[in-house]
Design a protein around this ligand. Structure first.
Ligand SMILES: C=C(O[C@@H]1C=C(C(=O)O)C=C[C@H]1O)C(=O)O
Length: 259
């Protein structure tokens, strides 16, 4: 029978009282490792577009089935997780962990995974994988799902970022929320220096994690380094897609914050 396990653990590994913008940013930094590795893993396979092109594709079928089973073991009890396809989330078959209520109850209605799905398959994937079709669709779909989950978690973490920013200065945010001024909200929550740092750091991570490692010494130093995923592309993926989508989630969340 379902037993509820209580804990004060919240994103960032701290307790509710200690939740801070720094601890939230720490988590985003750790998530970069998962994202960079998932992109490197996906780049082992070519595009394999027949796996995902149709609306009734193998990849969509796979993700729907996996989401159903994951819901049954409680994945979506965690406010950090947002499903791609489940309109009604099946109950967990097992006892579930009781996550502390950090976010506003309307948080679960902020879900931009449909947009992420289109962006990922139409814009991102063709950038960082080789063109072609090797027929290896099941493994490719598993790799795509790992990327989609990592990207979705990062983007929807914007809810926690927005909550902390709101709590830190409610008087700045409240007028803009009441007048539904999305431009003003976007301005309030943007820290350009932090964004620049994120882009630089993920480029460096992609260089470090994706380099060819050789054990023979005395190699030609001038030889051009080869990377599994172009580090500059990873920085672009963050700058042109992931950061803007995270900020869109922040705005969407804030617009509901006073409901
Ligand atoms: C996530 C934050 O909010 C905004 C979005 C950022 C991002 O997605 O990396 C970085 C800085 C901010 O402009 C933050 O302040 O850390």
């Amino acid at each position: 029978m379902a037993r509820v396990v209580e804990s004060d653990t919240v994103p960032g590994g701290s307790d509710v009282q200690q939740l801070s913008l720094d601890s939230i940013r720490e988590s985003l930094i750790r998530q970069e490792d998962t994202i960079v590795f998932s992109l490197i893993e996906r780049a082992k396979f070519p595009l394999n577009s027949p796996a995902f092109e149709d609306s009734s594709s193998l990849t969509e079928f796979f993700v729907r089935e996996i989401e159903t089973i994951q819901a049954k073991v409680g994945r979506y009890e965690n406010p950090e997780e947002n499903p791609f396809f489940l309109d009604t989330i099946p109950h967990s078959v097992f006892p579930t962990h009781k996550y502390p209520q950090v976010l506003h109850p309307k948080a679960s209605s902020v879900n931009i995974n449909k947009r992420l799905w289109d962006v990922y398959f139409k814009e991102l994937l063709p950038l960082f994988v080789k063109p072609g079709d090797d027929g290896n669709y099941a493994s490719t779909a598993a790799s795509d799902l790992a990327c989609l989950h990592a990207l979705s978690r990062r983007i929807h973490y914007g809810k926690f970022v927005a909550e902390i920013k709101f709590r830190d200065s409610p008087h700045d945010y409240e007028p803009a929320i009441r007048s539904k001024d999305t431009e003003a909200l976007m301005k309030l929550l943007t820290f350009e220096k932090v964004e620049e740092m994120v882009k630089k750091r993920v480029e460096k991570k992609a260089e470090t994690f994706g380099q060819e490692v050789k054990c023979v010494s005395g190699g030609d130093e001038s030889e051009k380094k080869k990377y599994k995923v172009d580090p500059y592309l990873v920085s672009r993926i963050y700058g042109e897609w992931l950061i803007p989508l995270t900020k869109d989630v922040e705005v969407e969340y804030l617009l509901r914050r006073l409901d």
